[in-house]
Design a protein around this ligand. Structure first.
Ligand SMILES: NC(=O)C1=CN([C@@H]2O[C@H](COP(=O)(O)OP(=O)(O)OC[C@H]3O[C@@H](n4cnc5c(N)ncnc54)[C@H](O)[C@@H]3O)[C@@H](O)[C@H]2O)C=CC1
Ligand SMILES: O=C(CO)COP(=O)(O)O
Length: 334
């Protein structure tokens, strides 16, 4: 275990944080496309564009050469956003050693195909075990050394346990979960609810409103997530409720930030253009709503978020719409 080589692909906030954490346990290299980021990690042990002055583990090395990063790796961790996941994986697949597990950090669905990231792994790199590391994991806090918990899930229990030990360490506690589908979908669906909460907070809504959005958002997550094959308990755990709470209540969340800015009446393109980090919920919303509508699954909060994002509604009307939503049985199906 301690002699294994890990390659983390993607030099943004979360890829860098995970790479720094894992480098405490084993030899780790991070690949970033930006040579300035690579130099800064190697020379100053920082990634200031994404993580400010927070120090990285000095043992972590960086490279801008994909082959160098991947060819010797025993585990490959994918930390790029969902819209780049397939193309980046395609460009490394020829360098992978046989049977190297692939771990996704990504909380999105592929546009068009609607695939989860581990499904893309199976298509692009057949024969490799594919898994996901997910949970309430805001990057900066974790890099700063605050306690946090996460979940690792693959469809091979031996590989899952191996990866769990690889990522676990210090105040970063990693649990295992057999439900890959639920773990991935929890991370996708909470982003839309975080945008809704951001809109509510931006409009001055109260703590009860936030709690209602989070809880009813969790019901939406459970309905769609179980329809797509996830297990109900997963949505009550770290990958579901845990991540929902962290993302919906944190000023660090980029998705919640999008909602706060939408509440000011700003256009979505303007908000995205002014951010240098990804807000996956904006990209996933059309896919999530397509699936929900096709399957006749009621997701009123996510629907409202989608309508605001595509310009069919605005934050104020969405908020009034929430009050119009018919209240029925709390645990009604669909
Ligand atoms: N930041 C966080 O706290 C957490 C983020 N995540 C998820 O991790 C994934 C990555 O997010 P972050 O690292 O936060 O994003 P970020 O916006 O901080 O960084 C994204 C990184 O991907 C790189 N990238 C984008 N397209 C690329 C391409 N075509 N080729 C090479 N590199 C490319 C960018 O250069 C950047 O280094 C997202 O799906 C996010 O939802 C999951 C847990 C926590
Ligand atoms: O997934 C996250 C925390 O678990 C990060 O959320 P944001 O992408 O909204 O910042």
């Amino acid at each position: 275990m301690k002699d294994c080589n890990v390659a983390v692909i993607g030099g943004g906030s979360w890829g860098t944080t995970v790479a720094s954490l894992v480098s405490r346990n084993t030899k780790t290299v991070i690949w970033a496309r930006d040579s300035q980021t690579v130099d800064e990690i190697n020379r100053e042990h920082r990634n200031s564009r994404y993580l400010g002055e927070l120090p990285l583990n000095p043992k972590l090395s960086a490279t801008a050469d994909l082959e160098e990063a991947v060819a010797n790796a025993d585990v490959v961790v994918m930390g790029v956003p969902s819209n780049s996941f397939r193309s980046v994986l395609e460009s490394i697949s020829g360098y992978l050693k046989p049977e190297v597990p692939l771990v996704s950090l990504t909380k999105g669905l592929e546009k068009g195909t609607r695939l989860r990231m581990t499904e893309i792994c199976k298509l692009v790199a057949p024969g490799h075990t594919a898994g996901v590391l997910t949970g309430p994991n805001l990057a900066k806090e974790i890099l700063a050394g605050q306690a946090a918990a996460s979940v690792i899930s693959t469809d091979n229990s031996d590989v899952t346990e191996y990866l769990r030990e690889l990522f676990n360490g210090g105040l970063f506690r990693v649990y295992s979960n057999r439900d890959v589908i639920g773990c991935e979908l929890g991370g996708v669906l909470k982003n839309l609810i975080a945008i809704a909460v951001g809109m509510g907070d931006g409009l001055g809504a109260g703590d009860n409103t936030r709690a209602a959005l989070i809880t009813r958002g969790l019901a939406e997550m459970g309905r769609l997530g179980t329809a797509l094959g996830g297990e109900p308990l997963t949505f009550a755990g770290l990958a579901g409720m845990g991540d929902m709470i962290a993302t919906c209540t944190s000023a660090q969340s980029r998705n919640r930030h999008v909602g706060v800015e939408l509440a000011k009446g700003r256009a979505i393109d303007d908000i995205i253009d002014s951010m240098h980090m990804v807000a996956e919920g904006v990209k996933s919303a059309p896919t999530v709503i397509e699936i929900a509508r096709e399957r006749n699954i009621s997701m009123p909060i996510s629907e409202d978020v989608y309508k605001v994002i595509i310009g069919e509604s605005n934050a104020k009307s969405a908020y009034r719409g929430l009050l119009r939503t018919t209240a029925g049985a709390e645990h009604a199906p669909g």
